[in-house]
Design a protein. Structure first.
Length: 120
């Protein structure tokens, strides 16, 4: 990696210009001071109750509805929905129904092909 050695004058000039650059960016990001279009009206004021209902009430309602959509079907089936409820049994999806024992080989007799004991 190549690094450039800057003189102390250049470094101090860069440090001094940083607040000016930051101020310039803030001023560029400020909203334009233009008048509204002729056809636009002034929006109605929103009171605190409407803002609270919109910003807190609707998300809270969605939270409750999603929670009900998750828990009600399980409660109707009679399942335990408490956090300390019974643990789920182990499942082997697509495996034998008799349990998780060793599966028999698909070949009728043992073969001498490869595997961990293959030889050259």
């Amino acid at each position: 990696m190549i690094t450039l050695a800057l003189s102390t004058t250049a470094r101090s000039a860069a440090r001094a210009s940083l607040p000016l650059v930051a101020l310039g960016l803030v001023l560029l990001a400020a909203p334009a001071h233009a008048d509204a279009a002729d056809g636009w009206g002034t929006p109605e004021d929103v009171d605190a109750l409407q803002a609270l209902l919109l910003l807190a009430g609707i998300p809270l309602l969605l939270f409750v509805l999603i929670g009900l959509a998750v828990y009600v079907p399980a409660m109707v089936r009679g399942e335990d929905v408490s956090p300390t409820g019974g643990g789920a049994e182990d499942q082997w999806l697509g495996g034998p129904r008799s349990g998780a024992r060793e599966l028999a080989s698909g070949e009728p007799e043992p073969s001498e092909t490869g595997g961990a004991r293959g030889s050259w």
